[in-house]
Write a protein that binds this ligand. Structure first.
Ligand SMILES: Cc1ncc(COP(=O)(O)O)c(C=O)c1O
Length: 458
């Protein structure tokens, strides 16, 4: 049990806040870590301890943790128009500026933008629009949604149903009916002896098609997927995977939602993950780096086919009966727009293309470590798979909590990464420098060595 001083922030937190993704019972005795401030890629707790954040918070703090420039934009916007909504045909200039900008940089022709406050809401909106679209075109039975095991699309009722994070369904009575999950595209872990990446991708596309046939193509409405899986462990797809999956999506006349919440705005070395993997989505969900994580905003981009169906519904029903109070909030859109300007001025894509390979090489060098089975990534996103046996790819017994042990040692060495079971994902702020990448690798090496020593001593 950790000592928690009376009236400390820790004590007040325990008495007042329910934390996401936290063991609440443990939290009552251990209390929180208090993060006090941030600068560049570093955050500092209330005792002044520094952490190099190789996770960019939750994949979002693309410009690091403090920005005078974005603060000024938020301040000026709050003085001019600190709130208004988009309901009943009202608008404001920052919202229009941002929507135009997003349409101009979209990876495939897109027609319109819907604004929300989070990635979950962006995906929830996209899922509702899938149903609305099929209704409008006279196929109301086409309602089933297919996501992937270990895919993550958010915590709202529909977006978590589309997600294949089964720990997040447990005891909530989820997923909702009509949501299905096809294979986790993890080549290293799941390929058969002698099976190439291409053959593995074919096997996964076949499994996807079998699921559609089993459920009935006339009832299957859409597929949702992240170009690179984030909460699935920073997992890049096997070669030819997307090409084969998209052929099946088209064959059964499904809509394709690309969840670009993590990949959008440079993470994979292009503006969009859809460009890195040649995706042709009907809808795109974006958030996180859209505002460098500094304002809660998300955008759902939809193509003309979807918008035409929505127009038909308005002609029929007299209204698009959907909306959020804070959709198109002028402060969030102004900050997002400025964020996109900063990316352009800094040539952020060029920066990721230069530093990304450096990160892949630095973390990739750890492939020889006795705990590491595979290192694989793209741009400024990479994942490490830790294994009990490098020859057989056998995983550790989850009860050994190897990931949690590395996490403990990483934090003790001032490093934050994202742990998903025994996978470690890295997605540092996009502004990270080569010198900071060296620090990630050095601190990680210490954490892996300490874990390896602990495992051997047990
Ligand atoms: C790919 C992806 N989609 C959606 C979400 C949900 O976004 P939010 O937490 O802003 O609701 C996340 C969050 O991590 C994500 O990684």
């Amino acid at each position: 049990m950790t000592y928690v001083a009376p009236n400390s922030i820790q004590a007040r937190d325990i008495a007042s806040i329910v934390h996401p993704q936290t063991n609440l019972a443990q939290h009552m005795t251990q209390g929180p870590t208090v993060i006090e401030r941030g600068q560049g890629c570093f955050i500092y707790d209330d005792s002044g301890t520094e952490f190099l954040d190789a996770a960019a918070g939750l994949w979002c703090a693309s410009l690091g943790y403090a920005s005078e420039r974005l603060a000024r934009v938020a301040y000026e916007q709050m003085r001019k128009l600190g709130y208004y909504h988009l309901y009943r045909g009202t608008t404001n200039e920052p919202g229009v500026d941002l929507a135009e900008k997003l349409l101009s940089i979209a990876p495939v022709p897109m027609s319109k933008v819907l604004l929300q406050c989070s990635g979950s809401e962006a995906n929830d909106t996209a899922l509702k629009l899938v149903w609305y679209y099929h209704h409008a075109i006279g196929k109301p039975n086409k309602r089933k949604i297919i996501g992937r095991q270990m895919g993550y699309h958010g915590s709202t009722t529909a977006s978590i149903s589309a997600s294949g994070k089964f720990d997040m369904h447990a005891d909530f009575g989820l997923p909702l009916a009509g949501f299905f999950h096809t294979e986790y595209p993890h080549y290293y872990r799941n390929h058969l002896e002698g099976e190439s990446e291409e053959q593995y991708a074919t096997r996964l596309a076949d499994a996807f098609e079998q699921l559609i046939l089993r459920e009935g193509p006339d009832t299957v409405a859409a597929f949702i997927g992240e170009p690179v899986m984030g909460a699935g462990g920073g997992l890049t797809p096997p070669r030819t995977y997307w090409e084969k999956m998209q052929a099946i999506i088209r064959k059964y006349d499904m809509l394709f939602i690309a969840d670009e919440v993590i990949c959008g705005f440079g993470r994979t070395g292009n503006m969009w993950g859809s460009q890195t993997y040649d995706l042709q989505p009907d809808m795109i969900s974006s958030a996180k780096a859209l505002s460098a994580g500094m304002q809660p905003i998300s955008a759902t981009l939809i193509n003309q086919r979807v918008f035409e169906a929505m127009l038909d519904e308005s002609r029929k029903l007299g209204n698009f009966a959907h909306g959020f109070t804070y959709a198109g909030h002028p402060v969030t859109t102004a900050v997002a727009m400025e964020t996109l300007r900063i990316y352009e001025e800094m040539d952020m894509i060029g920066h990721v293309q230069r530093v990304g390979p450096y990160l892949q090489k630095a973390i990739g060098a750890l492939a020889d470590h006795p705990l590491v089975g595979e290192v694989r990534g793209v741009g400024l996103l990479t994942g490490i798979e830790m294994v009990a046996n490098k020859e057989t790819r056998e995983q550790f017994d989850p009860a050994r909590k190897v990931g949690a042990t590395v996490d403990k040692h990483a934090r003790a060495n001032g490093l934050i990464a994202r742990f998903v079971g025994d996978r470690i994902a890295f997605s540092p702020p996009l502004i990270i420098t080569e010198a900071e990448v060296d620090q990630i690798a050095a601190r990680l090496t210490k954490a892996l060595d300490a874990t390896w020593a602990e495992i051997r001593s047990n």
